[in-house]
Structures are given as C-alpha cells and as structure tokens.
Design a protein around this ligand. Structure first.
Ligand SMILES: C[S@@+](CC[C@H](N)C(=O)[O-])C[C@H]1O[C@@H](n2cnc3c(N)ncnc32)[C@H](O)[C@@H]1O
Length: 218
C-alpha cells in the first residue's frame, strides 16, 4: 500500500473521530464486546489493544484486567486517542498511545487484540506477524475482520448514493487487497495458522464479522 493511501486512511480516521465514538453504541461496541469475550483477558493481565480507535474493545478489556492489569491501547490517529483518553478517564490501567502499532516495541503481552484494524496495515501480513510477536509465548491473539463483502458492499452503496445526491462522480473502486482472499472463516483460519498461531479458531459474528483467535506457539 503506498504512502498516499496510508495518509488518506489516517486523514479519514482523524476526521471521523467524534462521529466514530457516537456510532460506537450501534456498531463498534457490540463487535468489540464479542472480540473481548473471545480474548477473555483476566485480572492482572497485560493487553495490547492495536488499532484501538475510541476504545470499543480496549475499554472492556481494561475493565476485565482491573487495576492490577494493563492495557496499552495504540492508534495512529491523534483525535481517536484524544477521544479515548476522555472516555477512559476512570480507567487508569488503560494507557492510550498515539503510535504506529506495526513498529510497537514492547512485548510479552498475555493478549494482543485488534478489532477491525489489521487490514489497514500497509502490509497486512507483516503487520499482523509483528502483533503476534508482541504476545508472550502461549499468549492469545484475537483479530477481527469484516466477513466477505459486508463492509466493501456498504461502502460502494454509500459512495454511489453520495455521488447521486451531490451530482459528483462515484468514488473509484477500492484496489484488490489480501483481505479479499481471507474474509471467509476457512480461509481466515488458514491464514492465521500460517502466521504460526496454534489452536486457531474463527467465530462468525452474524453475517458481517469474523473473530479470529489463536495462541502464540510456546
Ligand atoms: C475501524 S477502526 C477500529 C477501531 C476499534 N478497534 C473499534 O473496533 O472501534 C480502525 C483503526 O485502526 C487505526 N489504525 C490503522 N492503521 C494503524 C496502525 N498502523 N497503527 C495503529 N493504528 C492504526 C485507525 O486509525 C483506526 O482508528
């Protein structure tokens, strides 16, 4: 993925931060809660919440690890991190960082999780491998992606509707992406297994979302 596309994605999330938190109740929070139920962080554990946005999965994880645990919540978008700091003011065990998580240095986490984030990495495979390497041996990794065409189709319809309403040309189709090849339960499980995870499992959350999980080999 080129640098222009990366800065386009960053700009979109910076601009969306306030609406993103408001949308959470209807969209991100239920997906985040389901992903956290799979990751199941326990009291005192250390969690890396990658691509945390405004905290739909980072905050429930912070509640579960409690005051003796730690959640490092990482996002490249400053406005997302600002919102998260405001929303998580009563969760001192959650530390929000503005950073590129594909170069995050700390490691040894009990849980590494990313809800709807890994397909934004410039190299989805290398970025996900880096996240897995941040887990301790035997630690859990939980990565949520859109299932099938669910979000791509919604984006296309929205783009066409906006173009029609504003009398502007419809947006160019999104270029092909690795996620298009691994967005079904079986292919996603295979791809996660290729990443070196063991005990891989994929939970289908309704028609829209896949929650992939596994443990880093010991
Ligand atoms: C769709 S949002 C998901 C947010 C959150 N996990 C949730 O479920 O509400 C994707 C997030 O990934 C972040 N992101 C994309 N690439 C990133 C990277 N390399 N490092 C950290 N965050 C990244 C974006 O800024 C955005 O906030």
């Amino acid at each position: 993925m080129d640098e222009d596309r990366q800065s386009e994605i960053r700009g979109a999330f910076d601009a969306a931060a306030a609406d993103f938190a408001a949308l959470g109740r209807y969209l991100w929070e239920s997906i985040g809660a389901a992903a956290v139920a799979v990751a199941a962080p326990g009291p005192g554990e250390r969690v890396l919440a990658a691509c945390c946005g405004t905290g739909a999965s980072a905050m429930p994880s912070a509640r579960l690890v409690g005051h003796d645990g730690l959640v490092d919540a990482v996002d490249t978008s400053g406005p997302m991190i600002d919102q998260l700091r405001r929303l998580a003011a009563d969760l001192p065990q959650l530390r929000a960082h503005r950073a590129d998580v594909t170069t995050w240095a700390a490691k040894g986490y009990d849980v590494v999780q990313s809800a709807l984030g890994i397909f934004f990495f410039p190299d989805m495979t290398a970025g996900t491998d880096h996240l897995i390497s941040r887990a301790r041996p035997g630690g859990r990794a939980v990565f949520t992606i859109w299932r099938g065409e669910s979000m791509a189709a919604a984006g296309r319809h929205l783009g066409r509707a906006i173009a029609e309403a504003t009398n502007t040309p419809p947006p160019a189709p999104r270029p092909p992406h690795l996620v298009d090849q691994v967005n079904q339960a079986g292919s996603y499980a295979d791809w996660l297994t290729e990443r070196g995870l063991v005990d891989v499992d994929v939970t289908e959350l309704d028609a829209t979302t896949l929650i992939g999980s596994g443990r880093r080999a010991t």
